[in-house]
Design a protein around this ligand. Structure first.
Ligand code: FES
Length: 119
């Protein structure tokens, strides 16, 4: 399940309509039929007050900042439903969690040995 964290408890974000953003996010998630797939979690200050409001999406590790109420349905439709980043609103693009890579070694870290069965 995806989790979306929104700061509604700090000093700055509530002044920048973070509670309205959270309500709009919940409405948009319901409209998109994603209630069972996305959990919205209110929390306190992220320490990013100068670029508020802020939203953090797990497991991708995406920060959205400096967005407006109009951007919320776009984030829901584009990111949460269609798995495409809203690049113009992404903060810390260099910290994004890369897409799943194919595992090259077994989980235990041992190297795979190919046996020559031609003998
Ligand atoms: S009050 Fe929201 S990041 Fe600090």
């Amino acid at each position: 399940m995806r989790k979306v964290f929104i700061d509604t408890g700090g000093d700055t974000c509530p002044k920048k309509k973070s509670k309205e953003v959270m309500e709009a996010l919940i409405r948009s998630i319901r409209r998109a039929g994603l209630e069972g797939e996305v959990q919205v979690i209110a929390r306190g200050c992220f320490g990013l007050c100068n670029i508020a409001p802020n939203m953090y999406v797990e497991p991708e590790g995406v920060w959205y900042s400096r967005f407006t109420l109009k951007d919320v349905p776009v984030i829901v439709r584009q990111h949460l439903r269609n798995n495409r980043l809203v690049k113009r609103l992404v903060h810390y693009p260099d910290r994004l969690v890369p897409a799943k890579r194919k595992r090259r070694t077994p989980r235990d870290g041992s190297a795979r040995v190919k046996r020559n069965r031609s003998r």
